[in-house]
Design a protein around this ligand. Sequence first.
Ligand SMILES: [Zn+2]
Length: 324
Amino acid sequence: MRYAIGLDLGGTNLKGGLVDQAGRVVFKASRASPVEHHSPEPVVAALIGFAQELRDQARGMGLEPEGFGFGPPNFVEGPDWIQRQVNNLPALNDFPLRPPLAAALGENIAIDNDVMNAGLAEYHFGEGHKYDRVFFIAIGTGIAASIFVEGGQRVRYILGWPGDTGHIIVDPHGRRCTCGGRGCLETVASGPAIREFALDVARAQKSPALAARLAEKGDLDARDVTEAALAGDEAARLIWDEAGWYLGVALTSYQHIYDPHIILVGGGVAEASELLLGPIRRTMAALGSPYYLKHLREIKKASLGADAGFIGAAALILLPQALR
Ligand SMILES: [Zn+2]
């Protein structure tokens, strides 16, 4: 059996673990992200320290990892892995990350964007393995996708991405987006958008459950909306209907472009499960071309959850280049 260590570099937590070649997690760990620093060196030292701890734990079990895979939630440019558009660990912006990591951890290291890694894990080790064409969408603070087309080929354009899924326009008359555009998918279906809708509904006293929750904890998030909806709160359910409608609009267009066999919905917002998936399915059935829709066998919650990012990072080491 072969093993590698994968690391998922989030803005809140660093997650990592030892993963085997079948995608099984041998052990995992997490710790707070080193967000407090203003220069790259202490951030890099924290990443290396975490990676070495994971390796030492593996060795303590008599297992030798072949290498380390990394997944930052931003763009990575060029052979030295220059970090671009780093919003959650801003000290790393424009920093060439590969040289110090290679010096400390050896040459068998790899990197790809966190959502690309999560998609890779879901494709090879999750529900995606049953199909050829797979569309993975991660919905959290932002929205991004990882798309597999014919023969497991991955769609990659600028900086290795399949394009900025969170910023396709789904509501031309809608709100301004943080990107400067108007009516982007992230303005109506991301975690922050769900929170905004929930706060509006609670403050307008349209939802007794959300108003009570807001009074209790001073803020709301997607989980509160899920709990309220599951408890029968009509206004909370409508928030998911609305988010699901807009996701359905976006995913119908993607169905017409890439014709996936399965759509896997991941990220924190996907924890709403059927509250979100139901409206997505209904919207796609109402808007889509029957020719393309007949190829879509399933719309499901992604199965690997919050571990997908580091499992996919380890897969960068464990899978042959052609399968990444
Ligand atoms: Zn936008």
